[in-house]
Design a protein around this ligand. Sequence first.
Ligand SMILES: [Cu+2]
Length: 440
Amino acid sequence: MNTKTYNLTASAFNWNISENKTIEAWGFNNSVPGPILRASKGDTLVVKVKNDLPEPTIIHWHGIRLESSMDGTDSTQRPIQPGEEFEYRFSLPDSGTFWYHSHHNETKQMEKGMYGALIVDDPADPVFDGEKIFVIDDMKLNKNGSFKKGNPVSNWIERHDGREGETLLINGKENPVFNIAGGQIERWRFINASSARYFYLYTGGKQFKIIGSDGGLMQKAEVTDRVLIVPGERVEIEAGPYNEGETILIESLPYNRMTFVKNKRRQYATVMVRKNEESVARIPDTLRIIEPLAPADAPVNRKIKLSVGASLKHGIDFLVNGTVHTEDDPVEVGKLQVWEVANTSLMDHPFHLHGFFFQVLEENGKPVENIKWKDTINLTPRSKVKIAWLPDNRPGSWMYHCHILEHHEAGMMGHFEVVSPETAQSSPASVHRHHVHHHH
Ligand SMILES: [Cu+2]
């Protein structure tokens, strides 16, 4: 167990997304995405964040089971002011594909590039011939590389659909080219860092195996030729072997999430298959054992309803249990949570729980076969999922929210406390709220 220390400086800078296209980015260490942070399971990660932006920021560590005080939200810390530094320090209990991103004024800060990958290795992981990390994003830019401001009509569409742009990026570049040797098998990690764009991974009809989800490897791989990756979500696949001379396109198929603006099949990156090399990959059928937290028919102890309502002030509101920026009831350490999350609206929403992994027990009343660890799950229109999660001993403020950033900002989120049993037994008034809400 080691301590890994990184320094991140948040600032504004010019960034080349292709040979002759420069954007006015915000990001970490003059790079979009920020540097890849990497450590091993059990390590302590120390990240010293310096804010050289003209406005405050906060960094959230998406998918890490850390202490509430390190979660990086407005509920758990004072924003890092311009010129200030803040040290994040937490241990890494799980291996897998995680990421970090701004959690303050995020519709602006994340759109401008404030995100990066955080990879946690496990020496017990299967052996691959290589690895690639694909951080997916889109930006809505003017011809000169500045970020488009909304007019009244497009603002309204942005509020409803979330902000999508026509500049498609993988690792901060337009249509980058990658190489893989023929005959080799690689671990490809996908992170959807976009504000609202649904990425429907397709590699030209070639089959691949889904091997990992938000919380690391799955028990059993799933063979497919496409997989939906919603904002905030991670998917790991086993790619290859391919034949020397082939070209593999990293594409996104159309996915209708019931927005005004419909998306098309789009190309994000190209992978060239080079000279054959011998494979040393060793990937077992059982990737790891995942014990179910609860049977599929476990009784629900909380219901959460995501909905969209008419609003006099905004035209449309994004609601949890009928209200914006909901204060939900506390949960007790050690008490299994079985939540029914229902989407009664006519559009999709990616539901994200901070700080804890859940298992999806049922989707629309049907038991889920291949149990995975998740922190972000898509809900299609008029659907519901039953999820189970266990609050381990990390009391404090936590939240869940829609990961379409414009919906989150508009109120589709809930705050709740994880409380130790002693606190729960005393009067409910002893649970204080310290939230600072940010309405824009
Ligand atoms: Cu949403």
